[in-house]
Design a protein around this ligand. Structure first.
Ligand code: FAD
Ligand code: 2HG
Ligand code: ZN
Length: 470
């Protein structure tokens, strides 16, 4: 589908190794992890440097060809998948894998967009530091994708989202100019903070090619527990209690419904039941400290002791080894994979004020069960961030088609309840193509207007990831 002249010019820039044309090799770039989104592309281009990215962007702009930036392709709302016209070019950043600099004195690391999150964590550890962003897809997702989606994960409670971890960016603009904003400054009040425009823009305003990121002191002690709870209100009470007791040492607090855990027990190898009887809710609590001999176990015991007395906690297991810590996290991180085995699912990564989580769940559960009897609610998430994955699986034993036909109505019901609780329809995963229509319905019209005018200013030809976000 691509003009031969453009193809040759692109090949001159990136070389044969930087092009993917083979039908079979193309496939992994054209559908997402769940196979929920599928597109076509004229070509996949894999530049190996910022200058090559800029040259590719200029050539495609001159030819009027749209670009779809892609990192590890682990996004959950179709942002990195081209449309089905077959005319778009996927621009994969996966060859840009240099760690350009580690400045231990400044507590920063400068990395290229294609570096895997896990590799970044390892590089930080090699320098005796911590890079705290942590999420289930960390072995496959890239720094560029993390920035473009403002990724969250399980340590946001203590360290913030990707936005909070970035000090500077290098971006190829839609007209091919390179913006070098790779400043490692913690203070810089010289006007608008432009990096924040690109963070969370899901590839619609430019291509992120590198970033300066914050490093933190390495963690030297850790205590991890799995606690059974009678209700989601108990989780909100318990997080307040643990925070008051441990302050910043509380670095993880993940909530899981019984249904979520059941899916993992059913489908993820090596995960087993922890308690003699099932409980309605569970939380995974992690305390960590930079001190080697921090009294974390005592703090946990004191917090849980009070929680048992108040009836907030029903049972608890504290990990006694690194292997047990890993097993507890597997039980939590396995939910996404496990839900895939239960047929089609609908994902809603909503957020509400933390204090309103229990009321949100009660109202959403009641309205869903009335309107769509039998659907399975898989509710879990990051309590400290008010962020729930309020995911829905089809009723047991039912066909896919009737469930898929109800998807939009289910989504609107959940987003209506989210809006009634002053929440957000996307706390983590972004808008992509999945929530474009919903964003236009639930987001403030003035905010949307401002977003459109920014898009028009930066990308007047609309060739940067069209059909996503707006
Ligand atoms: P991709 O999927 O390739 O792209 C995502 C978006 O970013 C697309 O719109 C794409 O066009 C754009 N993009 C990618 N690279 C660039 C770039 N260099 N410049 C400009 N735009 C770019 N997300 C969370 O926030 N928290 C979680 O806890 C979490 N857990 C997950 C667990 C699993 C099992 C899976 C599969 C996903 C999870 N995600 C989570 C979602 C996903 O992993 C993150 O959004 C991740 O940050 C995406 O990175 P990626 O490199 O795969 O990006
Ligand atoms: C998580 O917290 C991720 O595990 C993925 O954000 C959520 O798969 C999902 O819906
Ligand atoms: Zn999440």
């Amino acid at each position: 589908m691509l003009d031969q002249q453009l193809l040759q010019a692109l090949e001159q820039v990136v070389g044969e190794a930087g092009l993917v044309r083979d039908e079979q090799r193309l496939q992994s770039y054209l559908s997402d992890w769940r196979n929920a989104y599928r597109g076509k592309a004229a070509l996949v281009v894999r530049p190996a440097s910022t200058e090559q990215v800029a040259a590719v962007v200029r050539l495609c702009r001159e030819a009027g060809v749209a670009l779809v930036p892609q990192g590890g392709n682990t996004g959950l709302c179709g942002g990195s998948i081209p449309d089905d016209s077959g005319t778009q070019v996927v621009l994969s950043l996966t060859r840009m894998t240099q760690i350009r600099d580690v400045d231990a004195g400044n507590e920063t690391i400068t990395v290229e967009a294609g570096v895997l999150l896990q590799r970044l964590q390892e590089a930080a550890a090699e320098a005796g530091r911590l890079f705290p962003l942590s999420l289930g897809a960390e072995g496959s997702c890239t720094v560029g994708g993390n920035l473009a989606t403002n990724a969250g994960g399980t340590a946001v409670l203590r360290y913030g989202n990707m936005r909070d971890l970035a000090l500077g960016l290098e971006v190829v603009l839609p007209d091919g100019r390179i913006w070098n904003g790779l400043r490692g400054l913690r203070k810089d009040n010289t006007g608008y903070d432009l990096k924040h425009l690109f963070i969370g823009s899901e590839g619609t305003l430019g291509i992120i090619t590198a970033a300066v990121l914050k490093l933190y002191p390495a963690i030297r002690s850790r205590t991890t527990a799995w606690v059974a709870l009678p209700s989601s209100q108990a989780a909100v009470d318990l997080i307040g209690r643990m925070r008051a007791l441990c302050g910043d040492r509380l670095t993880g607090f993940e909530l899981m419904s019984r249904q979520s855990v059941e899916f993992v027990l059913r489908h993820v190898a090596g995960c087993g039941e922890l308690f003699a009887e099932p409980h309605p809710w569970y939380v995974l609590i992690e305390l960590s400290d930079t001190l080697p001999d921090s009294p974390l176990a005592e703090m946990l015991e004191s917090g849980l002791g009070a929680a048992f007395e108040e009836g907030e906690a029903l049972d608890a297991v504290v990990a006694g080894s690194e292997a047990q810590v890993a097993a507890l996290w597997k039980l939590r991180e396995g939910i996404s994979e496990a839900q895939n085995h239960e047929g089609p699912s609908l994902k809603h990564d909503i957020s509400v004020p933390v204090s309103r989580i229990p009321a949100f769940i009660a109202q959403a559960d009641e309205r869903l069960q009335q309107a769509f009897p039998g659907v399975r609610i898989v509710c879990y998430g990051h309590v400290g961030d008010g962020n729930l994955h309020y995911n829905i699986s089809k009723p047991l034993g039912s066909e896919d088609a009737p469930f898929k036909a109800q998807a939009e109505a289910i989504m609107h019901l959940i987003y209506d309840v989210t809006a009634a609780f002053a929440g957000s329809i996307s706390a983590e995963h972004g808008i992509g193509q999945a929530k474009r229509e919903a964003a236009s319905r639930y987001k403030d019209p003035l905010e949307l207007e401002l977003m459109r005018s920014l898009k028009q200013t930066l990308d007047p030809t609309g060739l940067m990831n069209p059909g996503k976000v707006l």
